[in-house]
Design a protein around this ligand. Structure first.
Ligand code: SF4
Length: 309
């Protein structure tokens, strides 16, 4: 087995910045089979936690990748093809990642195992958790997320509430809205009711941006997403591709402007892009190059990566 398949990127993520991904699962293994999944239909539909891939090979791949001298990334993210908490050695893998890098360690999860205290204890070492919750009603949950049998929405909401009580880092909850499935006002009101109990640090509304697993999953237009964001208190952030593209600047980043800015004020990537009205992904690319060429440096402060001269 080729070890490097477990570590991918860095990819330029609008939510996280320059993200080095760790995929502990391989071919799609998930507790859900969401209509909108961009990876395709679920191959192994399960709630069983197992060492689906050998933990030593994943650790070896991570060690080798992180030892590369010209590697630059802002966060390390457990994600990939399926639901990462299904790997029974996730806790050990998070510990290993924390011992190998000073970058914030993040987790993308569909929230389906957070009711299990053992899983919550394993993920507690992360700096940031990005769970998802797409439905406020059981029937919609079944239709949209197509969970394994026996897994109910109430259990998922309880798990998210318990995580919020126990977890020391931030929780950014993603809500994926799909046209004609969960974008009616009463559906979004029901989701917002659960969110009021969960109290995540941020709520981020998204919609179908890439080819979905099932063609029935349609995008919700930006204007409607912005209206629905106001059902949450405080209003949710809209993070669809279209929303972020319309918000960001479109100037091409310039080396001299960035160095001049950083000489006055160390800044994270999104602040550099916003301050200079740059395209965010282009900014990440240039920052990556400048770090590699040793023209700028980085340091982590309060779980964020700052660039400085
Ligand atoms: S939870 Fe994520 S990986 Fe699993 S089916 Fe849904 S979108 Fe795909």
């Amino acid at each position: 087995m080729e070890p490097t398949r477990f570590v991918f990127g860095p990819v330029k993520s609008r939510r996280l910045g320059l993200s080095l991904g760790v995929d502990p699962l391989g071919p799609k293994i998930c507790s859900f089979d969401c209509l909108y999944c961009e990876i395709g239909p679920t191959r192994i539909h399960t709630l069983q936690r197992r060492p689906y891939q050998p933990v030593s090979l994943i650790e070896q791949a991570l060690r080798e990748r992180l030892a590369e001298t010209d590697l630059h990334f802002e966060v390390l993210t457990f994600a990939g093809s399926g639901e990462p908490t299904l790997h029974s050695d996730l806790g050990r893998l998070i510990e290993t990642a924390k011992s190998l890098t000073d970058r914030p360690v993040c987790l993308l999860t569909n929230s389906s195992l957070l009711w299990d205290k053992k899983v919550r204890d394993e993920v507690a070492r992360c700096d940031l958790i990005l769970p998802s919750l797409d439905a406020g009603r059981e029937e919609t949950f079944r239709r949209l997320n197509r969970p394994v049998s026996g897994l109910g929405l109430a259990l998922i909401v309880e798990g998210l509430c318990a995580l919020r009580e126990e977890f020391a880092g931030e929780i950014w909850l993603e809500v994926m809205l799909v046209g004609g499935v969960n974008d009616a006002p009463e559906e979004v009101e029901a989701i917002a009711g659960h969110v009021a109990r969960i109290r995540p640090h941020r709520v981020q509304l998204n919609t179908v941006d890439r080819p979905p697993a099932y063609p029935v999953a349609k995008a919700v237009p930006l204007k409607r997403l912005e209206e629905l964001a106001r059902y949450f208190d405080p209003p949710a952030e809209v993070i669809s591709h279209e929303a972020l593209a319309s918000r960001g600047g479109d100037r091409q980043p310039s080396v001299s402007e960035i160095i001049s800015l950083l000489a006055h004020r160390p800044s994270p990537s999104e602040e550099i892009a916003a301050a200079l009205s740059y395209d965010f992904k282009e900014t990440l690319s240039l920052l990556e190059t400048l770090v590699r060429e040793k023209k700028i440096k980085t340091r982590v402060f309060k779980r964020r990566l700052y660039y400085y001269v």
